[in-house]
Design a protein around this ligand. Structure first.
Ligand SMILES: Nc1ncnc2c1ncn2[C@@H]1O[C@H](COP(=O)(O)OP(=O)(O)OP(=O)(O)O)[C@@H](O)[C@H]1O
Length: 637
């Protein structure tokens, strides 16, 4: 910490501590009182008895500077706390609630900020009376608009971060998310701004005092001392220099500490869309409800954008049983993440959802936000791509793993801690009791992902969604994490939905696969079948673009020509046709339906399905690949 913040930070903090302590203990310090006229000649220079000399009336300058600090720092700290006390709740309300609250608060705030601050302060203090209380209130209230802006901005940023989404998928209530996830993070930029704010207030109070509009004589303030001393500049410069230097060093120190604290908030952005509850539904279709764990029927997620309608998920249907892993694969932007978010009912506010999601026969699409909270966590668990952004950086691993246990399973602190340690041990974390006290940044990427898996498993969900759970990890760790997910699926008899663009990953662990292109399912079936004999040329191209264990060194991967289509302006016919070597006139004219293969529940959307098997086995879990995995697994444990 010391090395990271630098010597300047510690010197500044030391100065603030020293001046604060001196101000507090002024009555106990071995010097004359600030208003005591001493026996010696006035305006005498620094000496052993009076290190800062005496002023025009023969009073000890050091004593007056120290007592002056009481007023300057008192007003600085008091005004900042007052501004924070009013501005922070308003900023949080505007940033978290958005909509009408945001519009009203920010409109009033903008008007308040337009007032010329110092002129306003002068007018109010001159009218209401120049005393400590009035100066403090005026400077505090003047700071409110800046506080509102700062806290609103920080709240907006953190409300869109992945760990807030992670809390939502665990079914955490809004108020709890606010206190546990957002407020602790907003506290860091707020602390930074508080120091900078104190510097501003000390200068403002000094200016008012200089004009005689702060605390009245004989109580000293730094601004007042400078005003008194300026007439003695030529004969006794020490009288003006001492309070000026004290004020200069204090303002500099506040700014320096505030600035360094701000660098602590410089954390990575997650790039996530704002998360809102599910939007109004699109028209429903009729279908039978089946006796399966998860049934998704004609699910659609559309975005209304200025460019037009984006059909991010367009009519996806599938079923999933307990003890099975479904892989969802496709290029970037094909709609994999939106499909999962749509199932979980956690979508951006600009989206519209249609279709149905049944969990053991219960229609989740008819659930209210409050009802969904009791499903997220205990019945549907989620693991995200990047464990660094999915974990709250300012809370210990223990508090984060214990949270869903306390919320959903109503465990006491002690029980939750014991259960959290067991959970961490079950996902292969050594010395779990020690890890519970650690912060996310103190763990490796693989360990962090194990923690998020433990959190997702904590309430024993029926279905675990893993959205690219290994993309942010080192290749050597990827396999361990997937093996862990597989083992947990077996032990807990749950279903797993695994999103990945890496087909070699999916091939080894999935039972069934869905291939997505431009928001639609273009192929689906048993994983081994689909990968060994892809029907759709897009699946074939994806497989050829995936690295294989059996590839020779320096083997060039094939790329899929062209680029994914613009979802706002999809071409007529087959969406893949412009990139397909087999496309003909029919593909241009007519979009292929999802044909049934006739055996093994295979489906594909192509007028010219491929018939021959893939060369090699990127996909089919060949015996040697499976053996390697199992061998490593048993060795690793
Ligand atoms: N808020 C939004 N507004 C408009 N379009 C959006 C929004 N969020 C996502 N989309 C669009 O939805 C489509 C599907 O996005 P999604 O994130 O599901 O893709 P993905 O297959 O998961 O890709 P990746 O592997 O890169 O995460 C994308 O084309 C994207 O442009």
């Amino acid at each position: 910490m010391r090395r990271r913040q630098g010597l300047g930070f510690w010197l500044a903090l030391g100065w603030i501590g020293l001046i604060l302590l001196a101000a507090l203990l002024a009555d106990l310090l071995p010097f004359a009182r600030y208003d005591e006229t001493l026996a010696g000649p006035p305006q005498s220079g620094p000496s052993a008895a009076h290190p800062f000399g005496t002023d025009g009336l023969g009073r000890d300058v050091l004593s007056r500077v120290v007592y002056g600090a009481r007023v300057s720092l008192g007003v600085g700290i008091g005004a900042v706390l007052l501004g924070l006390g009013i501005g922070a709740p308003l900023g949080i309300l505007a940033g978290y609630r958005r909509k009408a609250a945001d519009a009203v608060i920010m409109a009033v705030n903008d008007v308040a900020q337009a007032f010329p601050a110092l002129v306003f302060a002068l007018a109010v203090v001159a009218f209401a009376g120049a005393n400590l209380r009035n100066v403090l209130i005026v400077l505090g209230v003047l700071g409110v608009p800046s506080w509102v802006r700062l806290i609103r901005g920080a709240t907006l940023t953190f409300a869109e971060r992945e760990f807030v989404l992670a809390a939502r998928v665990l079914g955490t209530r809004d108020r709890r998310i606010l206190w546990r996830e957002i407020v602790p993070n907003v506290a860091v930029p707020a602390a930074s701004y508080a120091f900078i704010g104190m510097a501003v207030v000390v200068v403002a109070e000094g200016s008012l005092a200089f004009l005689g509009l702060s605390v009245q004589a004989p109580t000293p303030t730094w601004g007042g001392l400078i005003n008194e001393g300026r007439t003695l500049m030529e004969t006794a410069p020490h009288v003006v220099l001492a309070p000026s230097i004290a004020m200069f060093l204090t303002v500099l120190s506040f700014n320096l500490v505030g600035d360094r604290l701000r660098s602590l908030t410089d954390v990575r952005e997650s790039g996530l869309e704002p998360v809102r509850q599910a939007a109004p539904a699109l028209p429903a279709t009729t279908h039978p409800v089946r006796d399966v764990l998860l049934q998704v029927e004609d699910l659609r997620t559309h975005f209304v954008t200025p460019r037009g309608l984006v059909k991010a998920v367009d009519g996806v249907s599938f079923t999933l049983e307990r003890g099975r892993t479904l892989a969802i694969v496709g290029e970037s932007g094909s709609g994999k993440s939106m499909l999962i978010r749509s199932i979980l009912g956690l979508l951006p506010g600009t989206s519209v959802r249609g279709g149905n999601v049944y969990l053991a026969g219960d229609d989740l699409t008819s659930y209210t936000a409050a009802e969904m909270r009791s499903v997220l966590g205990p019945r549907l668990g989620t693991v995200f791509q990047d464990p660094m952004t999915a974990l709250n950086p300012v809370r210990t691993i223990g508090t984060q793993v214990m949270e869903p246990l306390r919320v959903h399973m109503s465990l006491t602190r002690r029980q939750a801690r014991a259960e959290a340690a067991k959970l961490l041990a079950s996902v292969g974390i050594p010395d779990p009791v020690r890890i519970l006290r650690r912060y996310p940044h103190q763990l490796s990427g693989g360990m962090r992902q194990r923690v998020t898996i433990a959190m997702a498993l904590s309430c024993r969900p029926d279905v675990l969604f893993a959205d690219e759970p290994t993309t942010a990890l080192d290749v050597t760790i990827q396999d361990q994490v997937l093996r862990l997910l597989h083992r947990q699926r077996e032990e807990r008899d749950m279903a797993v939905v695994l999103v990945s663009h890496d087909l070699s990953v999916v091939a080894r662990w999935a039972d069934e696969v869905i291939v997505m292109y431009a928001g639609k399912v273009v192929e689906r079936g048993p994983a081994a079948e689909v990968f060994a004999r892809p029907r759709m040329p897009y699946t074939e191209a994806l497989l050829q673009a995936a690295p294989r264990l059996t590839d020779p060194v320096h083997h060039r991967l094939r790329v899929i020509p062209g680029r994914p289509p613009d979802l706002v302006d999809l071409p007529e016919g087959c969406a893949f046709r412009a990139r397909c070597a087999y496309a003909d006139e029919r593909c241009e004219r007519e979009a292929p339906p999802l044909f049934e293969d006739g055996h093994d529940r295979r489906r594909y959307a192509c007028w010219h399905p491929r018939t021959q098997a893939q060369d090699g086995t990127a996909a089919a879990p060949s015996s040697d690949v499976t053996d390697v995995a199992e061998g490593a697994e048993s060795g690793g444990r």
